[in-house]
Write a protein that binds this ligand. Sequence first.
Ligand code: PGA
Length: 259
Amino acid sequence: MKKRHRPLVIGNWKMNPPTISAARRLFTTVKEKTSHYNGVDIVIAPPMVFLSEMERIWNGSKKIFLGAQSVHKDTDGAHTGETSIAMLKSLNVKYVVVGHSERRAGGMTDNDVNKSVILVLKNDVYVVVCVGEQSRDMSGNYLSFIEKQVREALKGVTKSKLTNVIIAYEPIWAIGTGKTATSEDAHEMKLFIQKILTDLYGRNYARKIKVLYGGSVKSKNSKSLLNDGMVDGFLIGGASLNAEEFIDIVKKVEKYVNT
Ligand code: PGA
């Protein structure tokens, strides 16, 4: 059997929770209760305003990592309200999510995504590139849409940087809707994305890239997405705000890896 990647589970808190004390509680609980799961990489991407305090609680742990939900595409400059890669690095952020559909909806273009991807990789930070179609059609147009997103995002990315690239397939119709892609949908898309990556970089390099699934991942559907969908982990929104549910997903992922 082909060796699978070490799985990656990312909690994308989006604009939650509403207070710093709730964020402290959530992060502390997740950190403490996942510390014995050794077979999974766990990342929490809190709102920027909470990052510094989460870093204090994180306190150098090797079991859980800090993520950012976005980064500005320029290294510095007059960008009101934005966050630079240097700022994120100074807070020990190891993973940056780029091109989430909620940011693309706010005007982020494929070109912006590409610039951010290059910047993050140049800084030796992992980049989680989000791709996903708005809806599906019988003629398969969504496939060319995904292909374009992947190719544009990775323009100029060299083979030497690929170990720091993660692709998160997040169909927009599944985000926050409770409608999850089936494990067949997820598997089809994983294979399709791997084919694009193979065309771009060759099989051996393409294999280095993890492909995650995101969109209404819950504890109850995580097992089949992992077993049958064959994805390398999850990008989790809603369910990452509930410590118990999130920990349960991590537990299932770990159990899967060890069976
Ligand atoms: P969801 O969000 O799990 O709430 O659907 C996923 C995401 O947007 O990353």
